[in-house]
Design a protein around this ligand. Structure first.
Ligand SMILES: Cc1cc2nc3c(=O)[nH]c(=O)nc-3n(C[C@H](O)[C@H](O)[C@H](O)COP(=O)(O)OP(=O)(O)OC[C@H]3O[C@@H](n4cnc5c(N)ncnc54)[C@H](O)[C@@H]3O)c2cc1C
Length: 417
């Protein structure tokens, strides 16, 4: 859908738009809304046609949205639409497990209800509800021009502006551009930004599971030798599973019919939620780490997976992306208030300094957790059990980790406070 902004907003500009955001997944629309609130004119471009982006079966993922992310969604005006489909996460239980044996008790780590005075650590929400709420808000917002079904194919830094060419042949000029085009970001590649990372040789099997007994808002993470199995509560007696296995095994399991799939899942899942059945479609996601070596270039910034694609083991990828969104919106808004050029190298460097170290550390921590836990080596098993035992025994340390998981630590952008 092409929704041209009011000519009044464009009047007097030497560009078609202040900021062109390439990528209308989740981080792109969130950034468009945050920037439009500051009075900047935004054009949001996505390669997928509007009906496909609005399809409720578009993506089987559900996200663990940290408390800080829900605050951002509230501040950009979409939380009310999302909250009615979201499940508060009251507790997180982490346990070791062996294939064929199910989860082992006692839990090696337990983040419990009521330990954070701010409320639940986070909420679970299905991709379809979050995506639709963000897209709908962008379509209605003044100051946001949405172009769907047209991909950016070229970008040039031309005399103080970025010139974009789209697949349809359409041309567009912007004061600066933002790459929110995912972990294979063409925006980064065209700017010559290289990436570091590797393939995990793992694939995530993702689907929703209906169960007989209530989950009581408790999220579970079972660490199995070939990869973690997360059981994440959704509204009703339904949970989303993210089950990482080595790629060959995952391909074999993905090819099974629902009944046979349940047969291999049951021993890993256990019987603590009673009878289980598959709800809807099953999806697979190959897992890799991919971090951009720079988050900025002349007149360009990267956010979300375009800047850092990480392992889903800690459920932090989107949360980190939304933190980029809040930080970039704040840096650009403050620069504008001071009368600076929003695309000046100094301004963009402030964003990079704020976000690059944090996200690279997070990406490496998730990488390390996956390596440490997706392993049946008895020494590593002993080491991690002792480490997790120490966390459980030290309430101060446990609380720090809970605040970290809720996204409340570090230099929080204003939109997340
Ligand atoms: C199995 C799994 C579970 C996960 N669970 C969690 C979780 O619990 N919590 C969490 O925080 N994160 C989670 N994540 C991570 C999260 O899914 C990602 O971080 C997030 O979806 C990235 O969003 P994005 O908007 O940056 O990129 P994407 O969603 O990849 O969007 C990129 C968009 O760019 C568009 N595009 C690409 N190229 C062009 C072009 N040339 N022109 C125009 N448009 C273009 C595409 O059409 C697409 O819409 C999970 C990931 C996986 C795989």
């Amino acid at each position: 859908m092409d929704n041209p902004a009011s000519p009044a907003i464009l009047k007097g500009m030497e560009y078609d738009t202040d900021i062109a955001i390439i990528g209308g997944g989740l981080n792109g629309p969130a950034l468009a809304l945050a920037l439009a609130q500051t009075g900047l004119h935004v054009t949001l471009i996505d390669a997928l046609p509007a009906p496909e982006r609005a399809d409720p079966a578009f993506d089987g993922r559900a996200y663990a949205l940290a408390l800080a992310s829900t605050r951002l969604l509230r501040n950009i005006g979409v939380w009310d639409a999302v909250a009615q489909h979201a499940q508060p996460m009251h507790e997180i239980k982490v346990t070791d497990g062996r294939a064929g044996e199910g989860p082992l008790t006692p839990f090696i780590l337990h983040f419990e209800r009521g330990a954070l005075e701010e409320g639940p650590m986070g909420h679970m929400c299905e991709d379809r509800f979050l995506r639709c709420a963000l897209n709908e808000a962008c379509t209605k917002a003044s100051g946001i021009n949405v172009i769907a079904g047209d991909a950016v194919t070229a970008q040039t830094d031309a005399s103080g502006a970025m010139a974009l060419t789209l697949g349809s042949g359409r041309a567009l000029s912007a004061r600066m551009i933002v790459g929110a085009d995912g972990r294979t970001s063409g925006t980064a590649a065209r700017a010559g930004i290289r990436r570091s990372g590797w393939d995990y040789g793992q694939t995530a099997l993702v689907c929703a599971i209906a169960h007989e007994l209530p989950h009581n808002g408790i999220a579970h993470q079972f660490f199995m030798p070939h990869g973690p199995l997360a059981i994440l509560p959704l509204p009703g007696n339904v949970s989303s599973i993210v089950w990482s296995e080595d790629t060959q095994t995952a391909a074999r399991f993905a090819a099974l019919n629902d009944e046979d799939f349940l047969h291999v899942l049951r021993p890993r899942f256990g019987d603590f939620l009673g009878q289980i059945s598959i709800c809807g479609k099953r999806y697979t996601y190959p897992l890799s780490l991919s971090v951009a070596n720079q988050f900025v270039a002349p007149r360009l910034a990267l956010v979300g997976d375009a800047a850092h694609g990480m392992h889903p083991v800690a459920g932090q990828g989107l949360n980190a992306g939304l933190r980029d969104v809040a930080a970039l919106a704040q840096v650009l808004s403050e620069a504008r208030q001071r009368g600076e050029d929003i695309a000046a190298p100094d301004v963009l460097k402030r964003y990079q300094v704020w976000r690059r170290f944090d996200t690279s550390t997070l990406a490496l921590t998730t990488d390390l957790s996956n390596r440490l836990f997706s392993n049946d080596n008895p020494l590593l098993r002993l080491g991690r059990d002792l480490g997790m035992g120490a966390v459980s025994a030290l309430p101060g340390l446990r609380r720090t980790l809970m605040r970290e998981a809720a996204g409340l630590t570090g230099d929080l952008p204003a939109l997340m406070r």
